[in-house]
Design a protein around this ligand. Structure first.
Ligand code: ADP
Length: 515
């Protein structure tokens, strides 16, 4: 049997495999299709680069990240491994040259963007080449249920079938819910037992949800973390520009990056950040794909992203060197409306849109849960985790107060309204609102009408968010989700289970929340 470790040492200069790497490589060498799920920075590339050296034919790598492709090919070439890439940044002549090299067997690894699979000419070329291994990077893009679906990826299955000889397939991703993993496996014919999941947990990240005033929080944070590299993400270009100006005006070392800037400006901002001429970069999510800066000490989201996958991927750019780093979400409920707007304006099909709303809801609940934040994320990806001991919830020392009675009021009101309404309407009924809608539906005749009269609507909504995040309530799918009492919620109504909440949160949330 080939001694994989000595190849790892000789070719790549590493003394041991990281978790999952060897198992994935073994499967590939046994010509079994395999799906590897490893966290960002876990070392996915070696899983196909090492076998590529041992196989006779070509390893074709599909990757949507053009910037990363070049870096990888450069470093492979530096190691004396013949690799190249073909993408839209090249001229026709260059592409032909590289295709020719591939045909003549001079190349071991060929990187392409998925869009290349739409070119008939390219597909014809593939038929003439012996492809032993097909590596699909960022494989979640193949699934319609993933957060970054690329239709060209669907051509993969078809392409594989058109080849003379079936290659072994390795699919790799850092973000896959169970549904997405299933989708990948099905589309690429990967047997269920060949899913190698090293876990998503990023033990060096301290997750925090902050509900304070954003700008002043940022000032304090940046002052206490002077000289540390960090990324501040905002959703809109306008907010990126505002934060950039604000921080610059206050003498912080800061750069800016978004899709509206010209190519040259963007490249300069990126380099200034990479080479530490600026400490912090304020950016939209256009920044970061393929950026391999290992000592990013914090990633702050100044606005909530659209789903947990994106959040975890972006936050995961902190601490790739394994050292302790912060992943902070600055939460303000009004930011959700931007994400709602994006979904509304998208050209997605109805069911895909519903799926996006669902993802946004789960992201929102991240900001309301009191469970360990790392565990919340892991649960989202279908994994059980141990309390991390360092997130803002694990470190929250306030005492948990029994709020069973208030919870019962809400749950029973939801039941009396026949589980056909959302949180705003339920809050109106409980606080005895006299709005026309409440009267039209005759909710003022319900026994639960005005049960929480002393509360503001914001306070009730905040408690409903909490009960939803803790799964006493669930939400129907769609843009206007209806509240439904879950089976644990029923237990609370029956007095079989108590509900606790760290108490100061009620007040603090209510002060900040705006409906
Ligand atoms: P991913 O694609 O999973 O985010 P990469 O493949 O880019 O991660 O690897 C992340 C970093 O870890 C790279 O700098 C890589 O050289 C390094 N690395 C990968 N495997 C090992 C290993 N077995 N030992 C030490 N370093 C490794």
């Amino acid at each position: 049997m080939t001694d994989l470790r000595s190849i790892l040492a000789e070719k790549f200069g590493f003394t041991s495999f990281r978790r999952g790497q060897e198992a994935i490589i073994q499967k590939i060498l046994n010509q079994e299709n395999v799906l590897g799920i490893m966290p960002t920075g876990g070392g996915k590339s070696i899983c196909y680069q090492l076998p590529a050296l041992l196989l006779d034919g070509l390893t074709l790598v599909i990757s949507p990240l053009i910037s990363l492709m070049k870096d990888q090919v450069d470093s492979l070439n530096d190691m004396g491994i013949p690799a190249t890439f073909i993408n839209s940044s090249l001229s026709y002549l260059e592409i032909n040259q590289r295709l020719d090299d591939t045909k003549k067997g001079r190349i071991k690894l060929l990187y392409i963007a998925p869009e290349r699979l739409e070119s008939e000419e390219f597909l014809r070329l593939l038929e003439t080449v012996q492809i032993d291994l097909l590596a699909v990077d960022e494989a979640h893009c193949i699934s319609q249920w993933g957060h970054d679906f690329r239709p060209s990826y669907l051509k993969l299955a078809q392409m594989i079938q058109s080849l003379k000889q079936l290659p072994t397939v390795v699919a790799l991703t850092a973000t896959a819910t169970q549904q997405v993993a299933q989708d990948i496996s099905q589309l690429l014919s990967i047997p269920e037992q060949n899913q190698i999941n090293t876990g998503f947990a990023r033990e060096n990240l301290a997750f925090q949800v902050v509900k304070e005033q954003k700008d002043s929080y940022l000032f304090t944070y940046l002052k206490t973390n002077k000289n540390q590299s960090g990324i501040i993400y905002a959703t809109t270009r306008k907010e990126v520009e505002r934060l950039y100006r604000l921080l610059r005006h206050n003498d912080f070392s800061v750069g800016m990056y978004h899709g509206g800037m010209d190519k040259k400006q963007r490249a300069k901002s990126q380099e200034d950040f990479l080479f530490e001429r600026t400490q912090v970069i304020v950016a939209t999510n256009a920044f970061g794909m393929g950026i391999n800066k290992s000592n990013v000490r914090f990633v702050i989201h100044a606005q909530i992203p659209g789903n947990i996958e994106s959040y975890y991927q972006e936050a995961g750019r902190a601490g790739r060197d394994g050292l302790a780093s912060d992943a902070i979400l600055l939460y303000a409920p009004q930011d959700l409306q931007i994400q709602h707007f994006f979904i509304e304006q998208s050209n997605l099909t109805h069911s895909y849109q519903q799926n996006e709303y669902e993802k946004l809801r789960q992201m929102n609940q991240y900001a309301h849960t009191q469970m360990c934040l790392q565990c919340y994320i892991l649960r989202y990806f279908g994994e059980n985790g141990q309390k991390c001991g360092k997130c803002s919830n694990c470190l929250d020392e306030r005492e948990a107060v029994d709020i069973t009675l208030d919870a019962q009021k809400i749950l029973s009101c939801v039941k009396r309204m026949e589980e056909r309404f959302g949180k705003t309407m339920v809050a109106r009924v409980l606080t005895a609102s006299k709005t026309k809608q409440v009267k039209d539906w005759h909710f003022d005749r319900l026994t639960t009408y005005g049960l929480m009269k002393g509360w503001s609507q914001k306070e009730v909504v905040s408690l409903i968010d909490y009960l939803t995040a803790e799964q006493y309530l669930t939400l129907s799918k769609g843009e206007f989700p209806k509240l439904i009492v879950s089976s644990t919620g029923i237990d609370v109504l029956l007095g079989k289970q108590k509900v606790y909440r760290k108490q100061a949160a009620v007040k603090q949330l209510a002060d900040n929340d705006e409906l």
